[in-house]
Write a new protein. Structure first.
Length: 178
């Protein structure tokens, strides 16, 4: 009888304690939520916290051509809302830019933050072997950062993080020369 009475008294308190711990964990995960905005008009990539406060801001490079990505090889950066799919070590990756220089080591910098762009494979945020390209439209569609900026950003990035890529006025209005 005393055991049953003890359980009846203690069990609700244990339930409340567990509920408090669960809620505290959920609240903490919201506090750690961040999102990235890549703005093609300002040529900047910013990291914001869940309250909309800017935590980081870096200059970037994006697709050579204006407009939203339509197909592989069109040299445009896709616009819209995406999610981080994976963060990969890219130190050993090479790329041939088709400029006659062949495979370039370190073309992607130290990391590749792969984005889940359903229609377009191989799109991400990565570093560069050409720091002078930052601030320009010079990529084949990815978002390019200085390597040190990329490393700093990667410390805050997690799989599933939201990434919004905003167009410039020229991207929306079209540019007949590109």
């Amino acid at each position: 009888m005393y055991i049953a009475l003890g359980i009846a008294i203690v069990l609700p308190y244990l339930g409340l304690w567990w509920l408090h711990k669960w809620y505290a964990h959920k609240t903490e995960s919201i506090r750690n939520a961040c999102f990235i905005v890549a703005d093609k008009s300002k040529m900047t990539l910013s990291l914001y916290d869940y309250q909309g406060r800017e935590l980081m801001n870096f200059p970037m490079a994006c697709g050579r051509n204006y407009g939203d990505k339509q197909q592989h090889g069109d040299m445009r950066t896709p616009e819209g809302v995406f999610h981080v799919e994976n963060i990969e070590n890219a130190l050993s990756w090479t790329h041939d830019f088709g400029d006659g220089n062949g495979e370039v080591e370190g073309a992607y910098g130290p990391l590749f933050i792969r984005l889940n762009c359903k229609e377009h494979k191989g799109i991400g945020i990565h570093g560069t072997h050409l720091p002078e390209s930052i601030g320009t439209r010079s990529t084949e569609g990815c978002i390019r950062l200085n390597n040190d900026d990329l490393k700093q950003l990667a410390e805050q990035v997690y799989v599933g993080m939201v990434v919004a890529v905003l167009p410039s006025a020229t991207d929306v209005g079209g540019n007949s020369t590109n």
